[in-house]
Write a protein that binds this ligand. Structure first.
Ligand SMILES: Nc1ncnc2c1ncn2[C@@H]1O[C@H](COP(=O)(O)OP(=O)(O)OP(=O)(O)O)[C@@H](O)[C@H]1O
Ligand SMILES: Cc1cn([C@H]2C[C@H](O)[C@@H](COP(=O)(O)O)O2)c(=O)[nH]c1=O
Length: 683
């Protein structure tokens, strides 16, 4: 509520002081100068006082800072219309309005970082984003509109009073607004002082207050420059505002390049804000559980690349859609950036970081608006002639294109500074997150280990070939670990009994989802307790079945959604993929008859229909076809020896050379004496 009232006051203040000043003079040029100078005066203190304001927010009790600021702003706002009432001289009234506005803005520069730095201490981290969403929508969506409506309503009342013969000064509407504004400041001070005592006190923020002001100031800058996350955030936010400023600065010329006029300009201008609101309101729901650092980087890239696209838009309808994207990207960047800053910057320096951002944003925005306006004004539109053909080039579009490309690179750079999932493809992660399942960060096994998996239908010969391969590799000196799924660990043995025992399953049938979860549970424990440690010490791990069995049996066989099953396994294994998967392909009738010949009966899955096993077979083949470099498909109807040779050939290509013999297999007595003899001879 405090933020809403304060923000309404800010907007009302900006509009009321500017219209108040222009109402004091006559003539459109003078009105323009009065209006513009009040706006300029409001922006000026940011440059002068911004950096110092952060030190104050970190140095003093933030609640008292906010209260004192509002107690000072209350009489200053009230003084503007009061001076007008008392003075007949327009120069004095406008002069005082400018001075009071400057002072108010200077105080606001101190109030804002104190307020921004306090919010994360009042709200649980998990709710910070929702709180920021509400604050930004209130600040940039609801209150500016409310302020404009209130001012328009007051002007309307004034007009009808005048037309009814009441004698009122021309600035009555803005004077009433300014008195309201003054009272809103007083109310905010009272509420913060008596109602929000939780706002952090100085003691709770460590001992920074013992340092000198200059030292604290320098430390704040160093913190921004040296902390990769903050550096990335700040540069990203500035990049987004630079893009926004550029679009605002060139919008009028851009509208002309589309063959439009003022209405086109207003439409595009309005669409930026609509996009901004949509990004803030729906962005979090759209990206779901995507890491907020990645969301930030992505939003910057979206905003910037859309600016670049604007340069190429041939028609107003396309330009309108792209403008909406620019706004949405900027809105999402603003929300995620503010939340990250609030949640990840330490309380001790938060005031300085927020102050730094607030100052830098204003500078960048002003520069971008001013410079882009000048550049496109000077550049105009040129025609280039190449081989007799004329190519029209508008400097507005050229500038937008360059800014779009530069902004996209800035977004990529910002993301690289802070990415918490390096190596995980951004767009796949975004797509998965939108559907509720962000990609996991693969742990990777390496350190020399090699992971080989045998897959295939029932009775394909996996156990037979796995043993033969293990024997061969051990003979070559490799450290080999043979394992299987399900059931390689004590926990897994229990799970195996649960899923495969026909008697227990007949008593209490297991549904497809429970079955998928049981296999995933076995896998999670298997990978964490056995496979990863073995790979980490450099062993060759050979597993009888792994993730593909789930995709084939639970996915294709039980008809569960393949992507659900894939995600579950990815989560269970934290992304561990085999280096090689050997699929032994056999017709299910053959495989099942081999199993029957073993004479041990059929387990729960082996007892499934032939159609089920056919679906399983084709799923294995499809998986192999999708990633041929990581698969070897062998016809399992061939004789055992032929299959063994094909596998050995492929595996030897994959493995590093084993360690040399005598140190792995102890030398025999005869070998030992021959080594000793040759050594003596050599000497
Ligand atoms: N290429 C082959 N040709 C003929 N019979 C084979 C071949 N390979 C294995 N067998 C035999 O088929 C039977 C099943 O083999 P194995 O246990 O190795 O298969 P599996 O794929 O591990 O079976 P399961 O799916 O039950 O784990 C065994 O009796 C085995 O001797
Ligand atoms: C890993 C895994 C296995 N299955 C099925 C496949 C088989 O029918 C059994 C395992 O028996 P085996 O004799 O050890 O081959 O379980 C499955 O359905 N899903 C899986 O993820």
């Amino acid at each position: 509520m405090v933020l809403g009232v304060a923000s309404l006051g800010d907007w009302l203040g900006l509009l009321a002081t500017a219209t108040f000043a222009s109402a004091q003079v006559t003539g459109s040029a003078a009105k323009g100068v009065a209006f513009g100078s009040v706006i300029a005066v409001r922006l000026l203190p940011a440059l002068v006082l911004g950096p110092l304001a952060g030190v104050l927010a970190d140095r003093f009790d933030r609640r008292y800072t906010m209260v004192v600021c509002d107690l000072l702003r209350f009489p200053l706002f009230a003084s503007i219309p009061t001076v007008a009432l008392l003075s007949e001289n327009a120069a004095v009234t406008v002069g005082w309005a400018a001075i009071a506005t400057f002072l108010v803005e200077a105080i606001t520069m101190i109030w804002t970082p104190a307020k921004d730095a306090s919010i994360p201490n009042l709200i649980p981290r998990a709710r910070l984003e929702a709180a920021n969403q509400l604050t930004l929508i209130t600040t940039y969506g609801i209150t500016p509109v409310l302020a404009a409506i209130s001012l328009a309503g007051l002007s309307q009342l004034y007009q009808s009073a005048v037309s009814n013969g009441v004698d009122l000064p021309t600035s009555t509407a803005s004077s009433v607004a300014l008195y309201f504004l003054a009272l809103s400041r007083l109310a905010t001070a009272v509420v913060v002082f008596f109602g929000i005592k939780e706002i952090g006190g100085r003691e709770s923020r460590g001992d920074g207050a013992d340092q000198g002001v200059l030292r604290q100031f320098v430390d704040g800058w160093k913190y921004v420059a040296r902390t990769p996350l903050v550096r990335g955030l700040v540069l990203g936010i500035l990049g987004a505002f630079a893009c926004g400023g550029l679009v605002v600065g060139t919008a009028q010329f851009y509208a002309l390049s589309l063959g439009g006029g003022d209405s086109t300009f207003s439409l595009l201008f309005g669409l930026i804000f609509v996009g901004l609101g949509l990004g803030i309101a729906f962005g979090p729901r759209l990206v779901g559980a995507l890491s907020r650092r990645r969301w930030f980087g992505f939003s910057i890239m979206l905003a910037a690349s859309s600016v670049g696209l604007l340069a190429l838009a041939p028609h107003l309808s396309i330009a309108a859609a792209v403008t909406l994207l620019v706004g949405a990207g900027a809105g999402m960047a603003f929300l995620s950036g503010t939340t990250l800053l609030g949640g990840e910057v330490e309380d001790d320096v938060r005031g300085r970081v927020f102050a730094f951002v607030q100052t830098a944003v204003r500078v960048v925005l002003m520069l971008a608006i001013a410079l882009s306006g000048v550049l496109v004004g000077v550049g105009g539109s040129r025609e280039f002639h190449i081989a007799g053909l004329a190519f029209p080039i508008s400097s507005t579009r050229l500038l937008l294109l360059v800014a779009g490309i530069a902004g996209t690179f800035a977004g990529m750079w910002a993301l690289r500074q802070m990415d918490d999932k390096p190596g995980v493809p951004l767009f796949r992660d975004l797509w998965s997150s939108m559907r509720g399942r962000p990609l996991e960060m693969p742990e990777g096994h390496t350190k020399g280990g090699t992971f080989i998996v045998f897959e295939g239908g029932e009775g394909a010969g996996k156990s037979t070939q796995l043993e033969l391969l293990a024997e061969k590799l051990r003979g070559l000196g490799h450290d080999v670990v043979v394992t299987r799924e399900p059931g390689a660990t004590p926990v897994g043995a229990g799970i195996r009994k649960l899923v495969l025992d026909r008697e227990s399953a007949d008593d209490a049938p297991i549904g497809p989802r429970a079955e998928a979860l049981l296999y995933a549970a076995d896998r999670a424990h298997h990978v964490a307790s056995l496979v990863r440690p073995a790979l980490a010490r450099g062993a060759v791990v050979i597993s009888d079945r792994y993730v593909d069995s789930s995709l084939a049996y639970q996915g294709a066989g039980r008809a569960l959604a393949a992507e659900d099953v894939a995600w579950l396994s990815r989560w269970a294994t934290n992304g561990l993929k085999p280096d090689l998967t050997i699929v032994l392909d056999v017709d299910p009738t053959t495989g099942l008859s081999r199993v029957a010949d073993r004479g041990a009966g059929h387990d729960r899955l082996e007892s499934e229909s032939l159609r089920f096993h056919e679906r399983v077979r084709h799923a294995f083949l499809d998986l192999a076809a999708a990633e041929p470099a990581r698969y070897l498909v062998v016809d399992a109807a061939e004789p055992v020896e032929t299959i063994t040779e094909l596998i050995a050939e492929r595996v030897t290509e994959l493995l590093p050379p084993p360690l040399e013999g005598p140190f792995l297999t102890p030398p025999s007595d005869a070998e030992l004496s021959s080594i000793v003899d040759s050594e003596l001879e050599r000497r």
